[in-house]
Design a protein around this ligand. Structure first.
Ligand code: ADP
Ligand code: MG
Length: 419
């Protein structure tokens, strides 16, 4: 996939001006992914990495003297919902940057227009620091998810320039991602999106071999398309997590009370067959850690052929960890999606954390995609996260990218994109 007809924020300039200077005093709409996890009881932000990830682009535009307008969705509101206001995000952003963040009550209409008109932009000798505008949750309007033209026009009225830096939303044909950029002539991608595309493109172009994929997580059904795509490119695929149970059951093993997708057994056999035909080594666990329920404090290691009655497999076992780590040691390219077990519980986190450690230590190019997987890498401790070449901020988006799907948010930025 080529992206040379997509302008980067640094190239959004006209004429013989200094880099970024053309953005001065322009109203620059930046679509960010501020869909942060919130504490269910208190509503507090439990992880602000998505806000931090967007800062370089926001800072770039602010320092170029732009009137910066940030827009995001948060959660799945049905209409206006105070509990899903972007207010806590605005407060965190102000804390992180020291700027004044203004949050008009609606994302379209006169309220944001007035705020944007009055914004004080960064300039030499500025007293009081710059001000930026954060629009209220885009999904308070149904038009966002419907990719509605009228809603997109109302957003377009707010800005002169459009920048997409919300990689995690680029696979969605929503108004702020798809219809809106097509209406704005001066548009491009932010620094985060540019780095995501550069990293993920290395997995779909001509990845250095051996190319090892590690797949886990809750369901086979979520990942069929990505498995199929990886079969065409990988040297080996290591399977763990609940997904492995379905493959093991498909081979006739009794997984007892483990999570197994009973209606996907035939599909699992087909995938094993396809791997064989393609000459791809598809590795399955040889041992697992079982427990009688997800709240047990200590698991028991057993062979996959001897899962005790009344138990479920909740992590990969030590022999499997050793086997997968050995495969990873020789890899030149690694893509990981989906935890190896129920890592939220310390009794079943070892497989996930040990593979994270193994991957972070290799010299090859290592990428993690997927919300829970990236969270697991961050929780694995030490310098493990720093040992990865790329932690994608987009779960679904990174998978669709690897599947080779056209993503609406990317297509809309291309030079020839039409409304
Ligand atoms: P990602 O968000 O990285 O794409 P998924 O959402 O597919 O990953 O899967 C993550 C979930 O899968 C985690 O909540 C984890 O607890 C669960 N999981 C992994 N292995 C098992 C297992 N053996 N049994 C039950 N749940 C599992
Ligand atoms: Mg997930």
């Amino acid at each position: 996939m080529a992206f040379d007809d997509i302008v980067r924020i640094e190239q959004l300039q006209k004429g013989p001006l200094e880099e970024g200077e053309w953005l001065a005093n322009k109203r620059v709409f930046i679509r960010v992914d501020f869909n942060v996890p919130l504490d269910k009881k208190t509503g507090a932000i439990t992880d602000d990495s998505r806000i931090r990830a967007a800062l370089p682009t926001i800072r770039y535009a602010v320092e170029a003297g732009a009137k910066v307008i940030l827009a995001s969705h948060l959660g799945r509101p049905k209409g206006h919902d105070e509990n899903l206001s972007l207010e806590p995000v605005g407060l965190r952003l102000a804390e992180l940057t020291g700027w004044e963040v203004h949050l008009p009550e609606d994302c379209i209409g006169d309220a944001p227009k007035k705020v944007i008109h009055d914004l004080r932009v960064a300039s030499a000798g500025l007293r009081g620091g710059p001000q930026i505008c954060l629009l209220e949750n885009l999904r308070f309007h149904q038009g966002e998810e419907k990719n509605d033209e009228t809603f997109a026009r109302a957003l377009a009225e707010l800005c002169d320039v459009y920048v997409d830096d919300a990689f995690g939303a680029m696979h969605r044909a929503h108004a702020s991602v798809d219809a809106l950029p097509r209406l704005v002539k001066d548009r491009g991608m932010g620094l985060l999106v540019a780095s995501e595309l550069a990293a993920l493109a290395r997995l779909v172009g001509a990845p250095a071999r051996p190319y090892v994929a590690v797949l886990g997580g809750a369901k086979v059904s979520d990942k069929i398309a990505v498995i199929e795509a990886l079969l065409a490119r990988c040297t080996s695929i290591c399977i763990g997590g609940a997904m492995a149970n379905t493959f093991l059951a498909a081979q006739g093993l009794n997984m007892q009370r483990s999570l197994v997708e009973g209606d996907k057994l035939a599909l699992a056999r087909t995938l094993l067959q396809k791997a064989d035909t393609a000459g791809v080594k598809l590795l399955l666990p040889v041992d697992v850690v079982v427990g009688t329920g997800i709240d047990v404090v200590e698991g028991q290691v057993v062979a996959v052929t001897a899962v005790p009655a009344e138990t479920m497999a909740l992590d990969i076992g030590p022999k499997t960890i050793a086997a997968y780590s050995a495969v990873l040691r020789g890899a030149k390219t690694v893509f990981w999606n989906g935890p190896m077990g129920l890592f939220e519980s310390p009794a079943f986190a070892t497989g996930t954390f040990e593979l994270a450690r193994a991957m972070s230590g290799i010299a090859g190019f290592t990428v993690v995609g997927g919300g829970d997987s990236a969270a697991a890498v961050n929780q694995a401790g030490g310098d493990i996260a720093a040992g990865f070449d790329h932690l994608s901020t987009g779960g679904g988006a990174s998978l669709e990218f690897i599947e080779g799907k056209r993503m609406p948010g990317i297509e809309a930025l291309r030079r020839g994109a039409r409304p």
